[in-house]
Design a protein around this ligand. Structure first.
Ligand code: FAD
Length: 490
């Protein structure tokens, strides 16, 4: 995946005097990196081999400084790659390989500006690490519910720009639901102050939503007002065995009827995922005596006492057992046991990395069609690529499945890598046929950019290109991500 270019022109001959010197005058030496070794971590993805080149990484420490840098870029038509924690999975946060794009990092925009307890909101700068935001909210007795495996290094600006989901979308929604207001630097360097902490605001278009999930192509988020929730006092966690995904869907419907929005997590896990996690990751348990084809990790949370919640979870599972949906299960008796059950889910991506070539798909379909999607796709892939090993897990409660089949056990990795386009087309054709999306969480970036024309209608693509042109007429803001061309020259 590395080494792709966007067709950008090379650096202008007067780059040093026209671009770099004025930027240095704004951010100082502390805010500018040009040494290739020091820039390296900003050029590479942690996974999947995206590597780019850039003449400079700029680290402004205020919205005003960042805006001034963008103004220089706009005047000199210098393309920009906005970057947060650089944990994204689609090649969207690294520059292209031709070395013409500067990286603007939000690492130094990391202040929590305000916590308004009565309004249940918190105003933070884009470079705040997600885990720090969670902790700051907890310190005042509130929950910021966005939670994902990269939370120790991803930044809220990146979460917003990718409309991140995570493990509690079922209860709290994704970033779209968690943002009340935004401050954004537009591609011409103007600052939009939309930092309103309102839950109701119908005064015209909801502009913040245009930036959420735009992967840095429409502007740079510099701050956000986030919505906080009450901190749950109790959780109840269980690992449940089921014989098929359709039973898991029935159990989810049953659980919703009893527990409503107390369900925060409902993760479907195929047996193969547990085997792979246990093979490669320490301390992943296998708590049920027998082996079953599918499992569900379910967690409830609310303000009540833990006992009542555990009883509710047990009664759901008992009813599920009577109805034949549940084959077996264990309810965690302590926080340590619950953590241990979570290790199963958390160990899966780590284990999969060490299991040979895998074909990762971050797809969603309506929950009612998840079982049909899995059956149809497994069968189609087995016909096209005999020996391929099904490997599916994910947020069943959101209809979002990480459909990541793995190469045959003794297959030649190079031969399997060559099947990527075939596998992607089979999986995504079925997803779209079932009314789903080819990217439920991670975004399009460069990874899925070539698939957009196949799966988006011309009308939808044209609306996106029109938005891009309106905000970024010179195509300097993260060019070559999401859309190949906005119809304007860089
Ligand atoms: P980066 O990787 O730096 O950037 C991502 C994109 O946002 C790029 O297009 C970049 O240009 C843009 N961007 C960054 N900051 C800004 C800004 N301030 N303004 C405008 N654009 C900006 N995602 C989920 O949705 N759910 C998950 O459960 C999930 N789990 C993950 C688990 C792991 C282990 C990893 C590594 C990733 C996971 N992701 C998940 C992907 C997730 O979307 C990103 O990791 C995270 O949200 C990106 O934040 P970041 O600060 O690292 O952004």
């Amino acid at each position: 995946t590395s080494g792709q270019t966007s067709g950008q022109t090379a650096l202008r001959p007067d780059f040093e005097t026209a671009v770099l010197a004025p930027i240095r005058a704004i951010v100082g030496d502390r805010g500018l990196i040009t040494d290739p070794d020091t820039m390296k971590p900003f050029m590479e993805s942690w996974r999947d081999g995206w590597v780019g080149r850039s003449p400079a990484v700029v680290l402004p420490d205020s919205t005003e400084a960042l805006a001034a840098v963008v103004r220089i870029c706009a005047e000199t038509r210098t393309p920009i790659v906005p970057q947060g924690g650089n944990t994204g999975l689609t090649g969207a946060s690294q520059p292209h390989a031709d070395g013409s794009e500067i990286v603007i990092s939000t690492n130094r925009l990391n202040r929590i500006r305000e916590i308004d307890i009565d309004n249940d909101t918190m105003t933070v700068e884009a470079g705040c690490i997600l885990a720090n935001i969670q902790n700051a909210a907890r310190d005042v007795g509130r929950l910021f519910p966005m939670s994902l495996a990269a939370e120790g290094s991803c930044q809220i600006g990146g979460n917003i720009a990718t409309n991140a989901g995570g493990v509690q979308v079922l209860r709290y929604g994704n970033m779209r639901n968690l943002v009340a207001g935004l401050e954004v630097v537009l591609p011409d360097g103007r600052i939009w102050d939309g930092l309103r902490g309102l839950r109701k605001d119908n005064a015209g278009y909801d502009l913040k939503q245009i930036f959420i999930g735009s992967e840095g192509t429409l502007g740079i988020v510099t701050a956000a007002v986030l919505k906080l929730s009450p901190l749950p006092r109790a959780t109840a966690t269980a690992l449940v065995a089921v014989s098929a995904p359709s039973d898991a869907v029935d159990l989810l419907t049953r659980a919703k009827g009893v527990a409503g929005d107390r369900i925060v997590t409902f993760e479907l896990i195929q047996r193969a995922c547990i085997d792979v996690a246990r093979r490669h990751v320490p301390d992943v348990p296998d708590p049920l005596r027998d082996r079953y084809p599918w499992y569900v990790l379910v967690e409830l949370a609310d303000q009540d006492s833990g006992n009542r919640l555990a009883e509710m979870l047990e009664s759901i599972l008992e009813a599920g057992m009577e109805a034949g949906e549940v084959l077996d299960g264990v309810v965690a008796a302590s926080k340590a046991q619950a953590d241990s059950l979570w290790r199963i889910r958390e160990g899966i991506p780590e284990g999969q990395k060490r299991e040979g070539v895998s074909f990762k798909h971050d797809v969603s379909v309506p929950i009612s069609r998840v079982a049909r999607f899995l059956d149809r796709t497994d069968a189609a892939l087995e016909r096209a690529c005999p020996g391929i090993r099904p490997f599916s897990f994910g947020h069943l409660g959101d209809g979002n499945i990480h459909y990541n089949p793995i190469q045959a056990e003794d297959g030649d990795p190079a031969e399997w890598r060559a099947k990527l386009a075939t596998v992607n087309a089979i999986v995504h054709d079925i997803v779209v046929d079932l009314g789903g999306s080819i990217s439920a969480e991670h975004g399009i970036g460069r990874l899925r950019i070539d698939e957009m024309p196949r799966y988006k209608s011309p009308v939808e693509l044209e609306m996106m290109a029109t938005l891009k042109r309106a905000f970024d007429p010179h195509n300097i803001m993260n060019p070559g991500k999401i859309l190949h061309s906005s119809g304007v020259a860089p």
